[in-house]
Design a protein around this ligand. Structure first.
Ligand code: FDA
Length: 405
């Protein structure tokens, strides 16, 4: 039996390492336990190896949770600007890619090294691979049994992440511990995940594999668990259907059996704005071919595919009836398709659901009924949109917890 720790953090990923580093630097004696051979694997593979480590515009509106207000306090206390300061202090080069998304110029490994350096500054003890066998409350202390011994601590921080990518060691351990202590868990579900489609969904569009088009995509509805969404993002046509950031964003709000809606003209950016009526009602287009008019705003092959679908290819606009113009407009601006399913945990980036936020104090991430038991990062029912928001939640929830240890 060794000394009593101030905190044992279970899970040395983004949230766990960050929390441990902050707490250690506040003078707390912190032990991190992780079952993995290599730590920070999700960070290493994130953002295509460049880690989209935060988003300039991260705000509560970028998160799904049964309680939309839960993230507010933690995000306000540790906004993206604070993490950017830390990254800058370590002289890690970064750039903005798209809609406020910040990526490392070189490698995600720099973020992992920074987290280890922060832990070293706080004299954090990191042990892995270690199997945590059980966690028990013992008066105002906690006992953690592992395959290499027993540890005592004042606080336990559960930071084992979500279920995506089981091949790199994802487990439901935080959710199991929550249930062990009687905390409610919102059913986990894959999110930011590719959707699967059946070939007959697409007509002639699956001949256009490889095409990437900015669209407005909508999914979900007010009555759904996390409501509805509308994103302007890039949509990729593939041999199997649709993919790319637009579909990943929509997947978090999608419910089985429901369609998603795509406005192929909804994300067109023009000085002074773009109104699709200008396209469909413009009499200057009278002598142009239907596919030529569409190709002024859509990739040529896509324009032709839509004209083909309505039998209007080769027809001058003046010859197209009002009814047919309306049907074409409806097809292009409210294209709806029913996904068959998701590609599941193997391909998901994050988990929807997790420890119900009603069970936690939003200022500290501590269990309301079990003082000393904390949950941070992805295991909590807080899921960010694509674009660096999930790491921002890992940092912000880790920071809030560290102040309370
Ligand atoms: P994280 O998964 O980081 O860490 C959990 C830790 O717990 C791991 O070290 C694991 O080994 C350990 N663990 C698990 N079970 C355990 C057990 N039973 N006992 C002990 N230890 C255990 N987000 C973003 O904002 N920008 C991005 O660019 C990306 N890109 C991205 C790409 C891919 C392919 C994926 C899968 C995910 C992303 N994400 C992302 C999401 C992001 O990686 C994720 O939200 C955070 O890593 C969550 O941080 P956590 O610390 O909660 O879990």
């Amino acid at each position: 039996m060794s000394k009593t720790w101030d905190a044992i953090v279970i899970g040395g990923g983004a949230a766990g390492l960050f929390c441990a580093g902050v707490a250690g630097q506040l003078g707390k004696r912190v032990l991190v336990l992780d079952h993995a051979e290599v730590l920070g694997e999700k960070i290493r593979i994130s953002g295509g190896g460049r880690c989209n480590f935060t988003n300039l515009h991260s705000s509560p509106a970028n998160f799904l949770s049964l309680n939309q207000h839960f993230v507010k306090s933690a995000l306000a206390r540790y906004p993206s600007s604070e993490f950017i300061k830390l990254v800058s202090a370590y002289k890690i080069g970064y750039h903005e890619k798209h809609q406020g998304q910040l990526f490392c110029d070189d490698s995600a490994k720099q973020i992992i090294e920074m987290l280890f350096a922060e832990c070293a500054k706080g004299k954090v003890n990191i042990r892995h691979p270690v199997t945590v066998q059980s966690i028990a409350q013992d008066g105002d202390q906690w006992t953690v049994h592992t395959n290499v011994g027993i540890e005592k601590t004042k606080s336990v921080v559960m930071a084992t992440g979500g279920l995506p990518i089981p091949a790199i060691g994802a487990t439901a351990y935080s959710l199991d511990i929550a249930k062990q202590f009687g905390l409610k868990v919102v059913d986990p579900r894959p999110a930011l995940v590719p959707l699967s489609f059946t070939a007959d969904n697409f007509g002639n569009l699956n001949e256009l594999a490889g095409l990437s088009v900015p669209v407005r995509i909508a999914s979900g509805s007010k009555g759904h668990r996390y409501g509805a969404c509308r994103f302007n993002e890039d949509l990729l046509l593939t041999h199997k259907g649709l993919s790319g950031p637009a579909v990943l964003q929509a997947s978090s709000y999608w419910e089985e059996g429901e369609p998603i809606h795509i406005d192929w003209l909804g994300a067109i950016e023009r000085p002074g704005g773009f109104n699709c009526d200008e396209l469909f009602n413009n009499e200057e287009n009278r002598l142009k071919l239907t596919e030529t008019i569409l190709a002024s705003v859509l990739p040529q092959r896509l324009a032709k595919a839509f004209a083909d679908q309505k039998g209007l290819t080769g027809r001058k606009w003046a010859e197209v009836s009002k009814k047919d113009r309306q049907a074409l407009k409806e097809l292009i601006t409210n294209w709806s398709v029913k996904p068959a399913g998701t590609l599941g945990w193997k391909k998901a980036e994050v988990m929807l659901g997790g420890v119900d936020t009603k069970e936690l104090d939003g200022q500290t991430m501590m269990s309301r009924n079990h003082p000393g038991l904390f949950f941070i990062g992805e295991c909590v029912d807080v899921t960010g949109h694509l674009g660096g928001h999930n790491f921002q939640w890992a940092w912000a929830s880790g920071f809030a917890c560290a102040q309370a240890l």
